[in-house]
Ligand binder design. Sequence first.
Ligand SMILES: Cc1cc2nc3c(=O)[nH]c(=O)nc-3n(C[C@H](O)[C@H](O)[C@H](O)COP(=O)(O)OP(=O)(O)OC[C@H]3O[C@@H](n4cnc5c(N)ncnc54)[C@H](O)[C@@H]3O)c2cc1C
Length: 395
Amino acid sequence: MTETTYQADVVIFGGGVAGLWLLARLRAAGYQAILLESQALGAGQTRYAQGIIHGGTKYALTGNVSAASEAIAAMPGLWRDCMAGRGEVDLRQVRLMSPHQYLWSTASITSRMAGFFASKMMKSRVGTLDPQNYPTVFRDRGFRGQVYQLEEPVLDTASLIHALAEPQRDAICRVAADAPIATQGDRFVIPLPDNVELHARRLVLTAGRGNAALLHMLGHGAPAMQTRPLKMVMVRGALPEGVYAHCLGASTNPRVTITTHYDAQGKVVWYLGGELSESGVKRSDEEQIAAARAELTALLPWIDFARCQFATLDIDRAEPLVADGRRPDDAYVHSAGGVLTTWPTKLAFAPRLAAQVLQMLQTENIVPGAEAGALPACAFPGYALLPWQEDERWS
Ligand SMILES: Cc1cc2nc3c(=O)[nH]c(=O)nc-3n(C[C@H](O)[C@H](O)[C@H](O)COP(=O)(O)OP(=O)(O)OC[C@H]3O[C@@H](n4cnc5c(N)ncnc54)[C@H](O)[C@@H]3O)c2cc1C
């Protein structure tokens, strides 16, 4: 049977936030770009994200202000522009869960933190709230700490993936995770179903932890990847809504980060990350649930968690290897042999990753050039459910 060949400038592997943001940017710049996804859009780390659009305040807390800090500080504004329909991608359909997130301190560390938050570096990023403006969860007489407001929005990741993917449906295909990738001269060749062959001048890997297998298949020994495991906790019950907050602890890592979501029946779910989820990887599911109950009861004793349902979620973050296994603090792009390997390291940095890829393509003289034409029909991968909306996770 004759094969149909489709010439692309760029083929992207992986339909999480990084690949989808990049696809939109490349196509808007005139590139013939196709995105291939092996499961469902958002199925990797993206659907597990808490949806916080960081502006780097967490790094400032650690005193780790790097050269990239200024650009990272611009991320919340860039995302807000996109949500208002005047940015580089159109995110007007994305559900804003909260326009800002909060930091709260317990009584024991409030005085120590107050001086720091009044410092010049932090003043522009963090505002102290008067008690009458506290989110409902902290308006209890039992609350002895202080609440700070960060101008960093929190988004619903399912609506984000949808908003990014829908306008690009004609350029998104499902592919087997182990689909072979061959080379013909300076082109990559990827077979699709129905005797369609996809040819590309550049491959971009945005497959999260799947990047390692793709690099292996391509025979590339670098870059190396690290995974950092998390044991997240979900709590469902009669809980206050609108909680998007980090609890400051003795270390610079928040003791716990709480975001509010809704299950398939619309019931309130708190999703717990932060130090609880990092130290939790050493615990069994039962131990982690007991630790979460104890932590919540210690921090918010006026809330009754006895009748709440708890569940754990194990998930790895995939990132470039950093010395000592530390967390990288910016998007990462590495180019070799026509393959650009990327990890955003944060959902919030997807725009930085896309900008870096566009810049690198220009440096390598890959300008839009492939002949325009419709990709022969291929299967759309569909959308992944958010974990708290999957009923089986609660049983
Ligand atoms: C628990 C948790 C909470 C987080 N919270 C936040 C937060 O609040 N704010 C923030 O900024 N960041 C957060 N992050 C980080 C953020 O989620 C990730 O940095 C980001 O989602 C990574 O996106 P990605 O597109 O690179 O990868 P992924 O979302 O992992 O997507 C990779 C995609 O590639 C596909 N794939 C894999 N192999 C192949 C293959 N061979 N061919 C084709 N497709 C393939 C997968 O199916 C998947 O859809 C969090 C991460 C975790 C784990």
